[in-house]
Design a protein around this ligand. Structure first.
Ligand code: BES
Ligand code: MN
Ligand code: MN
Length: 464
């Protein structure tokens, strides 16, 4: 890296960390309306941080939901433009009692994986820490006179609830958002010793189902045995959604799934993975999943069906002998190329209704969904990202497909015609969406140091 940027980052290390800590104190939980004021406050803080970092302009732009923060610095319209995307909203912190320190009171602690310390707070990794690396890398490039191209920022506040208003925003602001590549840090690397670049994300179809039996809760002695119990029925229905090989039984579910070539699968398996350490890290006795695929394939290139929550009946203290009237479950399916989320949602609904016994009523209500994305590895942007990481990690990053979802990546391609580089620096063990989410200081600063190199190499390659 050019010395001036590197020196600037080293010199302002402490402030870069303090500023992130300030952002992490704001509970910008998009899912819960109780936090509305904090989400809005967060948007204003991001705008201010972009202006302070050297943006020519930055503004909080309204949508029918939470606002989108837009900022830019155009140094020369004839130079390439990088569009940085991130999100300032976070997942709810619950269950709060499982946090070792409060979710919105950031603390720095050392861990086995992060011997230099990690910052513990909701959003530390997903995505405030990763998003803010871009703001600080931008500041460092501007301040040291080493910003080689134009930069635009689009930081949204509804990612964790499905980015409902982002597509409309993109459609309305094509001109404003014109760029050459989209750069996103909202994914991870294999480990701090093995850098990687994410080349694919899964899509998502999310639904809520309700099974209704009797029209009121019933005494389980007087009625039990002769009437449908919606919880029992729901459990049987859910159990039948996978066969003995853990194939999903929803009719037509696999019709559009593209099988990877043997070469692609071999390449995937060459990336390091310690299955015993994996099991130990999450405390499971064994792995499980679809017959014919490795654990990593099951978690990335294969579609899934999981129950995310299930409830009904009596769950208070002690016992209550009751047959409930209703049972509910939230179910998500992760999707792969070329499954279409709306088609899968429809297929699920049709199938789930078809397997319901006539003793109950079933209601299937779709939530948000999103499409999968696969990013190229032969583009200038990928090559620039790879070279940048190679320089700061001392190793060539491995391309890997991830199992998570960031539905707007597909929207960027569809609406803006732009490819994305998924330039994330988190670790799977950083506990995103879980209690005790954290982000390594190593990762935060590695990101800030690596991003300017991406700009440098990308600009050089695009100009050539
Ligand atoms: N940043 C995550 C997605 C992610 C994390 C992808 C790690 C790859 C590696 C994002 O904020 C997220 O949580 N997405 C949701 C989907 C969204 C529609 C709520 C997800 O994957 O569950
Ligand atoms: Mn995220
Ligand atoms: Mn998330």
């Amino acid at each position: 890296m050019d010395m001036a940027v590197k020196a600037y980052i080293a010199q302002h290390r402490e402030r870069f960390l303090d500023e992130l800590i300030d952002l992490l104190r704001v509970p910008s939980v998009s899912a819960d309306p109780a936090y509305k004021a904090d989400v809005l406050k967060m948007a204003a803080m991001i705008r201010d941080s972009l202006l302070a970092a050297g943006a020519d302009k930055a503004q909080v732009m309204e949508t029918p939901g939470y606002p989108i923060v837009y900022g830019e610095k155009i140094i020369d319209p004839s130079l390439p433009t990088v569009l940085v995307y991130g999100h300032y909203d976070v997942q709810p912190s619950d269950p709060d009692e499982l946090w070792e320190s409060p979710a919105f009171e950031p603390v720095i602690k050392k861990t086995a994986v992060h011997p230099d310390g990690a910052i513990f707070a909701r959003g530390a990794c997903d995505d405030k820490g990763q998003m803010y690396m871009h703001v600080k890398a931008f500041e460092a490039m501007v301040a040291s006179g080493e910003l080689p191209c134009n930069v635009k920022f689009i930081i949204e506040g509804e990612e964790e609830v499905g980015s409902e208003h982002l597509d409309g925003f993109l459609e309305d602001h094509r001109e404003l958002l014109a760029a050459d590549v989209i750069l996103v840090s909202d994914t991870g690397i294999i480990s701090n010793e093995t850098p990687s670049i994410t080349t694919g994300l899964r899509g998502l179809s999310y639904l809520e189902v309700t099974v209704t039996g009797p029209n009121r809760d019933l005494h389980s002695g007087l009625y039990g045995g002769g009437v449908p119990n919606p919880i029992n029925v729901l459990c049987e229905m859910i159990a039948s959604l996978k066969d003995e090989n853990q194939h999903i039984t929803v009719k037509g579910f696999y019709d559009d799934v593209v099988e990877l070539s043997a070469d692609e699968r071999d390449a995937m398996e060459r990336a390091p993975f310690d299955q015993e350490a994996f099991k130990k890290s999450i405390g499971i006795g064994n792995v499980e999943g679809e017959e014919g695929y490795t654990v990593r394939e099951r978690m990335s290139i294969r579609p899934t069906l999981d129950v995310n929550g299930i409830w009904g009946g009596y769950i208070g203290e002690g016992a209550k002998t009751v047959i409930p009237s209703k049972a509910h479950a939230k179910i998500s399916m992760r999707l792969v190329p070329h499954q279409d989320s709306e088609t899968i949602t429809r297929l699920f609904k049709e199938y789930f209704e078809s397997i319901a016994p006539d003793s109950v009523n079933v209601d299937v209500r779709p939530h948000h969904g999103g499409e999968c994305a696969v990013t190229p590895i032969d583009s200038n942007a990928y090559k620039a990202a790879s070279r940048a990481m190679e320089e700061t990690f001392g190793k060539t990053p491995v391309p890997v497909r991830s199992g998570g979802s960031i539905p707007i990546i597909a929207s960027f391609e569809k609406i803006l015609g732009l490819k994305t580089v998924l330039f994330g620096f988190g670790l799977d063990s950083d506990a995103i969406h879980s209690p005790n989410e954290h982000y390594g200081l190593f990762n935060y600063f590695k990101g800030i140091e690596t991003i300017p190199l991406f700009y440098k190499y990308f600009t050089e390659m695009e100009k050539a």
